[in-house]
Design a protein around this ligand. Structure first.
Ligand code: HEC
Ligand code: HEC
Length: 269
């Protein structure tokens, strides 16, 4: 037994530091690769060391500092094709991503090395995979409540998106990756506020995502969807078309009865 203990002890001592070394080795390598990609594709706007670049006039930022934005911001911005920005404009739009996931991981590792920031979430953070059917439904219900209070003001009650002041847009949330929804809340792109884990806990974030995904799956039970414009406009539709028809009919009846009584009067006179 002593021999066995000794053996495992020595083996452990011999192997585990080597493993740790291997980890840091690959980490530094990933960061190095990321830095190379960064210098090529991003440093023009974000600076040689991610410190940000001012335009010649010194007022506007060509690209903001990336110190402390974290791996999650890179995974989101590059993963949704927002970065690299081709043309500084009003809003950085979604487009086809320019980098592979491996390259994005390297870029994210490099930016994360500049300063502490939110990490890329694990799939267990945003997925309801493996939950029982009841738990999933509960998560969707809870998520719906959180979505209604926090997100509908800009993204519409069914997540179909909406207009923002100054010609900007809050995009539709249909078809957005679970991971990117989670990260959008962590990062707060553009005009969207940051929903840190203190404001909306990771569990609540997961529930919001479950709700949004359930919207994508559920068919439209109400028949004609009116574009999912929301209770106010759908209510308006009922008022104008429904009650409008009733009022029109009433007017029609009234017009006919008055005319007949008038003509009766004329005959008597
Ligand atoms: C043409 C200039 C330009 C290039 C090139 C560019 N960026 Fe950006 N980047 C910007 C601007 C401007 C913003 C701020 C716009 C916004 O928030 O929508 C920004 C924002 C970001 C953010 C979000 C920062 C935050 O505060 O959350 C990240 C992360 C980012 N860029 C990463 C990158 C990476 C990685 C690359 C290279 C693959 C890159 N950018 C290339 C101009 C650029
Ligand atoms: C104040 C308005 C506002 C609120 C509130 C808001 N968002 Fe946003 N959201 C935006 C805007 C604007 C954008 C587009 C950002 C950009 O310029 O890239 C956006 C983008 C997103 C995206 C990225 C979509 C894409 O196509 O890549 C996701 C996901 C998202 N929001 C989810 C949420 C969730 C979930 C909530 C609630 C917890 C929320 N938002 C609350 C305004 C808002």
């Amino acid at each position: 037994m002593v021999l066995g203990l000794l053996l495992t002890g020595t083996l452990y001592a011999a192997l585990s530091p080597a493993q740790a070394e291997l980890r840091t080795q690959t980490d530094t390598e990933l960061i190095k690769d990321g830095r190379e990609l960064f210098l090529l594709g991003c440093s023009f706007c974000h600076g040689q060391n991610g410190e940000g670049v001012l335009t010649a006039s010194g007022e506007q930022q060509l690209g903001p500092s990336l110190v402390g934005v974290g791996a999650a911001a890179v995974d989101f911005y590059v993963g949704t094709g927002r970065m690299p920005l081709q043309q500084p404009g009003q809003q950085s739009p979604r487009k086809a991503e320019a980098y592979t996931q491996d390259e994005i991981d390297a870029l994210a590792a490099y930016v994360a090395s500049l300063g502490p920031g939110p990490a890329v979430p694990n799939s267990s953070d945003y997925s309801t995979e493996g939950m029982s059917e009841e738990d999933k439904q509960l998560a969707q219900l809870r998520g719906g409540q959180f979505f209604l209070t926090n997100c509908t003001a800009c993204h519409n009650f069914d997540g179909s998106g909406g207009a923002m002041p100054w010609g900007k847009k809050a995009y539709t949330l249909k078809g957005v990756d679970e991971r990117h929804i989670y990260q959008a809340m962590l990062v707060g792109p553009g005009e969207m506020p940051v929903f840190s884990n203190d404001v909306i806990t990771p569990e609540d974030k997961r529930d919001i995502i479950a709700y949004l995904k359930s919207l994508e799956e559920s068919p439209n039970y109400g028949g004609f969807s009116l574009g999912g414009l929301g209770p106010v406009s759908e209510g308006m539709f009922a008022w104008i078309v429904g009650i409008g028809a009733c009022v029109g009919f009433a007017v029609w009846i009234a017009a006919h009865t008055t005319r007949s009584s008038k003509s009766k009067g004329q005959v008597e006179a």
